[in-house]
Write a protein that binds this ligand. Sequence first.
Ligand SMILES: [Cu+2]
Length: 199
Amino acid sequence: MNSKMKTMAFGIALTGVLISSIALAHTGATGVVKERMDGMVALRDGVRTVTPMMRGQTDYDADAVASFAQILQEHSGEAMTELFPEGSGGGVSKAQDAVWTDWEEFEALAMRLELLGEALELASVNGLGSTADGDASTTDMMGMGSTMTTDIEMGGMMGTAAPEVMDLDTLAALPVSDLFTQIGQSCSACHTKYRAEGN
Ligand SMILES: [Cu+2]
């Protein structure tokens, strides 16, 4: 075969390796570790389902957004944290020790996701809004000046100071696209610190 075909074949083989190692890691998981992985996978699948809509590639569907919001609520907050009992790290788990040494912040991030899920369910009727993140109109509407938007965009929600705290009503008045952005940031804020790389 020519070199281009070799490269392609290699790419396909590599993809196969990656997929099987993920499957293996998950297969080795049992008990509470398996349960929390299943919850996380449900979150990921939910995100994947609504992503094309959030990008404006498919028609907006308030019911689909509401069901995604329910999935978020089911697998966040206490439902998430109770699946991380002390001593359940190690082995096939990717959870970092920081989960337990920095429990309060970990818990706050899980609670934050639940709050965003509740807000999203209420906001589903608001419509998608602009697909651009953190536009000026949002800032004005919240009447909070630019500080908060900047904080969120700069990844401020990773901080322990929790500058992102806003009540449910305020969040629920946001366009769905803004909430979706914040939800994505909530996943990555937690993963950056609490989930080990690789898979
Ligand atoms: Cu897994």
